[in-house]
Design a protein around this ligand. Structure first.
Ligand code: PEP
Ligand code: MG
Length: 772
């Protein structure tokens, strides 16, 4: 009992009434806990002592530690204050009771009247009915919850933010014990997850397509924090300062090096990242944790764990992604503290590998760029995450949101990354490995064949010429123009580069960006679409209230017309960049002619302004509309009189036509675009455009699928805009197609009321040797 010290109330303790001596009290408590951890007692004995010390120092009648066991069960492992016979008997499932809630949400909880809470679960064996107040924190290691630490008080009281902080700090020490494997045999957890070395398939999110196989390399060298409590807080703060300085210096060097990579968004990304590395709030929180007595490593870990659990609460995608950058920085800082420069793990790894990480920032991926990353597996990530954007530029297949990837994959395991289907296979059987290797070989052969088509025209066997254009959003995408042989850019999604920035660019910045796009396109035409923000593309620096149905909400041209200054600035920048060249611009999500006319009027004002400023005007200005909202179908003749061209965006058009959320995976196969209503719609639009003599193009994803592109060409489309990877396959299909013959067949198929016409069309392609 020697380490228990004073009885509750006798010590100054850590309490709301005592915040002046708080830091000293925390340091004393941490010192005592360190003494216990360093002792030779068994893990159970150490835990018993720890809960006693916490209860005494935090002036609480109860302190209990629950530890996670196999099957997501939290078991009471030690208690001061509850009945001893409840130890190892009281068990709660994750999500059950207040303890289970803390584990499920990985968030602290503090209640003055715990029993009044709807989640309170009464356990008679504990005798806890007399305690009114409860404060609990998760015992975290990385993003895994290893248990829950609770204090309780008999009289109702409010716990302060500071007290919650203190308990979180203590929980880090308990986490060391829980993670040591001395309390619960690690085998128990491994077995509950299903045999550690058997082949496993994990599902995730498609972040970049492609297939890859190779040995795994775990990105974060697992940093083991050997010491949680510092010997000397002042020396520790100095260590932290040195490591931060070294890290910032290295990031500055990375910014300089990224200039050498040529223009592109990765530079903006790295600049933003540098800004995060100097984020005062983040550095201050780490420094405060060091001042409270933690080692620098433990302080970084603490702030990082808190960031992670906050991340779980945030649904706004852009903000979540910025937190990944902070996480990436925490990893780097840990490595500097450990005396390793980042990237060292890769230095002695295999020459080519599949990189596996919890989350990753763009800078870290660039660290590896000189080496061969065949594929990337992330536990986090989203399509607009910085790391995904950079990976796309390097054509690395990526699967994100793969739960427990780091846990389940060991260095050297054979891993298959299937970016097309969002799947990861770990330790595949020999058969599967061979099958995948054969597919990869066949794909690279096919790619080599598509390369040979690069300079050949996309003309059908019966002489119909088709223009194949590129869909782009980043300057990096434009490097694909000469690679694929695309004739130009049919859709430049101008909002995409904004997603990687921290502030809205001014006119000069935008002008520079569009000028760079023109330069890279090297006199090929570019159709710029004005900003389509809103929906799933929310910018953090633009106030945007949460919406019930963001896809049908305040987005695209609706924002542009309500915030005309923003749209005018974009149009001004486009006009300036287009001086002496052809400018093609189209407006997204137009639902009525009046909207087009308003947008067009803003453009006209900017054209007049350009002339008044004496700047060089574009050689020509052509203005079009995206057909994404079905209401336009009943306004076509009048609309077509006013526009220079029309572009169909099937991604949105189909979602509104079938009332089917384009982002909902459960609905992905619900309706088929190769069906009577869609084909009838296309026929109507083609006829209207032909009658009005206005060019029509298709830039939705539909154009990227060879069998769908086959039908579009037979119906009468002559311009398709698609992702770079689809250009080769669609060109190969076009060159094997007799468009006239298929048009007859489509007439024969008529307006079958079937769910889909796909199987007839597949059979047709097979019979006529069309390369779909
Ligand atoms: C579309 O809706 O088909 C389209 C091309 O626009 P986005 O995918 O950018 O919404
Ligand atoms: Mg759209």
């Amino acid at each position: 009992m020697s380490d228990v010290g004073n009885a509750p109330g006798a010590s100054p303790g850590i309490s709301p009434s005592n915040s002046a001596g708080q830091v000293t009290a925390i340091r004393r408590l941490l010192r005592r806990l360190r003494g216990i951890m360093a002792g030779s007692a068994s893990a159970q004995e150490r835990l018993d002592r720890i809960v006693r010390v916490i209860a005494a120092e935090m002036v609480a009648e109860v302190c209990s530690a629950y530890v996670m066991r196999a099957g997501e069960v939290l078991e009471l492992f030690a208690t001061e204050g509850l009945r001893p016979e409840a130890v190892h008997r009281t068990r709660l499932r994750v999500g059950e009771g207040l303890v289970g809630q803390i584990a499920a949400t990985a968030r602290p909880l503090a209640l003055a009247e715990a029993q009044a809470h709807p989640d309170f679960a009464y356990r008679p064996e504990t005798g806890e009915e007399v305690y009114h107040s409860l404060m609990g924190v998760p015992i975290l290691r990385g993003d895994r919850v290893l248990g829950v630490l609770i204090v309780q008080n008999r009289t109702p009281r409010h716990y302060t933010e500071d007290e919650i902080e203190v308990l979180q700090t203590i929980a880090m020490i308990v986490a060391e014990l829980a993670a040591s494997g001395e309390l619960v045999n690690p085998l128990e957890m491994a077995q509950s997850r299903g045999g550690a070395s058997l082949p496993v398939r994990l599902d995730g999110l498609r972040l970049n397509p492609g297939l890859a196989i190779g040995p795994a390399l775990l990105h974060e060298p697992k940093i083991v924090i050997r010491q949680v409590v510092a010997e000397d807080a002042i020396a520790e703060e100095e260590r932290l300062r040195d490591a931060v300085a070294a890290m910032q210096e290295a990031i500055d060097a990375l910014v300089d090096a990224s200039r050498g990579l040529g223009p592109g968004e990765h530079r903006d990304i790295i600049e933003t990242y540098r800004m995060f590395a100097a984020d005062r709030g983040w550095l201050r929180r780490i420094t405060e944790a060091v001042r409270s007595g933690l080692t620098a490593e433990a302080a970084v870990q603490k702030v990082r764990d808190e960031t992670r659990s906050r991340m779980l609460q945030i649904s706004e995608p852009y903000l979540r992604e910025r937190l990944f950058d902070l996480e990436d920085l925490a990893n780097r800082l840990q490595q500097y503290l450990a005396g390793q420069a980042p990237g060292i793990a890769a230095a002695d790894g295999p020459a080519e590998f599949i990189l596996v990480a919890h989350s990753m920032g763009p800078a870290e991926l660039l660290d590896y760029a000189s080496r061969r990353i065949r594929g990337l597996v992330l536990e986090e990530g989203s399509p607009t995450a910085h790391v995904a954007i950079v990976a796309r530029a390097f054509d690395i297949p990526v699967v994100g949101r793969v739960a427990e990837a780091v846990e389940r994959i060991d260095n050297g395991d054979t891993v298959i990354v299937d970016g097309d289907h969002g799947q990861v296979m770990i330790r595949p059987s020999g058969d599967i490995e061979q099958g995948v290797a054969a597919t990869i070989a066949a794909r690279s052969k096919r790619r080599a064949y598509y390369d040979t088509l690069r300079d050949t025209p996309a003309v059908t066997r019966d002489g119909v010429a088709v223009r194949l254009l590129l869909n782009a959003g980043l300057l990096l995408d434009l490097t694909q123009l000469p690679v694929t042989g695309a004739e130009g850019v049919g859709l430049f999604r101008t909002e995409i580069p904004l997603l990687t920035r921290h502030a809205f660019p001014d006119v000069a910045d935008q002008t520079e960006f569009y000028s760079r796009a023109y330069e890279q396109a090297d006199s090929r035409p570019i159709v710029f679409r004005t900003l389509d923000i809103g929906g799933d593309k929310v910018l953090p620096y633009l106030a945007h209230a949460a919406e019930e149905n963001p896809a049908m909400g305040w987005r695209a041209i609706r924002i542009g017309l309500d915030r005309p200054a923003m749209l005018r600035q974009q149009l001004r920048a486009l006009l300036r960049a287009a001086g002496g060249r052809d400018l093609y611009v189209k407006f997204p999500m137009i639902a009525e002619i009046a909207e087009f006319e308003q947008a067009r009027a803003l453009l006209d004002k900017e054209v007049a302004r350009l002339a008044a400023e004496g700047r060089e005007p574009p050689r020509s200005v052509r203005v079009g509309v995206m057909l994404e909202v079905p209401s336009l179908l009943w306004q076509l003749p009048a609309l077509l009189q006013r526009v220079d061209f029309l572009s169909i965006g099937t991604n949105d058009l189909a979602q509104f036509l079938f009332a089917c959320d384009r982002g909902n995976p459960r609905l992905a196969d619900r309706y088929d675009l190769l069906s009577a209503p869609m084909l009838a719609l296309f026929r109507q639009v083609i006829a209207a455009c032909n009658a009005a003599g206005k060019p029509l193009s298709m830039c939705g994803e539909m154009a990227a699928s060879p069998i769908e592109a086959m039908v579009l060409i037979a119906l009468g489309f002559r311009t398709l805009s698609l992702a770079a990877t689809a250009i080769g396959p669609v060109k190969a299909m076009t060159r094997s197609l007799d468009a006239g013959a298929l048009a007859h067949y489509l007439d024969e198929l008529g307006e079958r009321p079937d769910h889909s016409l796909r199987r007839w069309l597949e059979a047709y392609a097979l019979d006529h040797a069309i390369a779909v």
